[in-house]
Write a protein that binds this ligand. Structure first.
Ligand SMILES: NC(=O)c1ccc[n+]([C@@H]2O[C@H](COP(=O)([O-])OP(=O)(O)OC[C@H]3O[C@@H](n4cnc5c(N)ncnc54)[C@H](O)[C@@H]3O)[C@@H](O)[C@H]2O)c1
Length: 313
């Protein structure tokens, strides 16, 4: 049994991670400021004896005794991270500094939830970990992209300078139950619009592609990364390399929800990458992992979750 800190633990991915760690018999300390996370996401965990929650903002130092840290705290969708961009950069950078400081003090192993956004609008497909990316440093997405890039830098400097045991995972688009209903992500958008019978908003001409990883697969890879030997730091891509166009996704959602919603096309947002696809050869080799949930199966589970959200539908 270990004492494990999950920052951003009341969010979409964090709540699934807390759930899995508790199921493995660990003591879980969930830290969140509820910026995008909710009490509802962790309500089912609060009765478990191994679960503890602290309402705290990671841009301030935290003094706790733990063996491992998963650093997920950061708004993750454009709508949320552009709401208060300065705070987004702080969540990434001050958050990383504070969590790395904590890890150094208690000699905890620490994992950073980085992102495919650090590749920016990439010139190569699929993206390998060795690719340095093409990021606009002054655009509206930069608070997130550059914040996450600098957090990676900090992780690697703590590793080089202080011999901290670090792991950096680069997460690609993930979906599943407990995604935010209103954060503008394409999967939740399409599902909610289809369930409400509203028009389905497709940005651009819908031919831009994305790959989507189901949350359970993602969490499995994150957990496996933490158990890799100390010499392994990452960065490691985690995601599903199977690409779909936005039009294909919209049609699948319409089929599974049996909705009659119509598609409407709107201009692409600024800096929106046309294509993003992970090369997961490293994850296959080091973690023995690749995603196992088919898009249709994952969408069905996500649709079921949103159907039960009577506050949303
Ligand atoms: N979901 C994805 O597809 C995806 C893709 C790439 C990377 N990620 C990364 O994974 C992590 C989790 O993402 P998510 O999808 O679960 O998003 P989320 O918004 O649901 O979770 C983020 C959590 O962090 C909390 N938080 C934000 N700022 C905080 C602060 N200053 N102090 C304490 N808590 C704070 C929020 O309240 C929320 O609970 C993020 O770091 C994100 O960048 C997610």
């Amino acid at each position: 049994m270990e004492r494990i800190l999950v920052t951003g633990g009341a969010g979409f991915l964090g709540s699934h991670l807390c759930e899995r760690l508790l199921a493995q018999g660990h003591d879980v300390l969930c830290v969140d400021n509820f910026f995008t996370g909710t009490k509802a996401n962790i309500a089912h965990l609060t009765m478990q004896p191994g679960f503890e929650f602290i309402r705290h903002d990671v841009t301030f130092p935290l003094y706790v005794e733990v063996d491992k840290i998963y650093n997920l705290a950061c708004p993750a969708s454009p709508i949320h991270y552009q709401f208060d961009p300065v705070q987004t950069t702080k969540a990434s950078i001050h958050g990383a500094i504070n969590m790395l400081g904590l890890a150094k003090r208690v000699r905890a192993k620490i994992l950073q939830a980085s992102t495919s956004e650090i590749y920016g609008d990439p010139e190569i497909h699929p993206q390998k970990e060795s690719y340095w990316g093409r990021v606009n440093p002054i655009g509206v997405r930069s608070c997130y992209d550059e914040g996450k890039r600098c957090a990676e830098t900090l992780f690697f400097d703590y590793w080089r300078q202080h011999r901290l045991h670090i792991k950096v995972v680069r997460i690609f688009n993930t979906y599943g139950p407990r995604m935010h209903p209103n954060d503008g992500r394409v999967v939740s958008n399409f599902i909610i619009q289809a369930l409400r019978g509203e028009e389905i908003t497709v940005y651009g001409d819908g031919t831009q592609t994305r790959s989507f990883c189901y949350v359970d697969d993602l969490i499995e890879a994150v957990l496996r990364t933490m158990t890799t030997p100390d010499e392994f730091t990452g960065p490691i891509n985690i995601g599903n390399p199977v690409e779909f166009t936005m039009l294909e996704l919209a049609e699948l959602v319409l089929k599974l929800t049996r909705s009659n919603s119509k598609l409407v096309f709107k201009p692409l947002p600024s800096d929106d990458p046309r294509q993003r696809q992970p090369d997961i050869s490293l994850a296959k080799e080091v973690l023995g992992w690749s995603p196992i949930t088919e898009l249709e199966q994952g969408l069905e589970r996500t649709i079921r979750y949103f159907k039960d959200r009577t506050d949303v539908i």
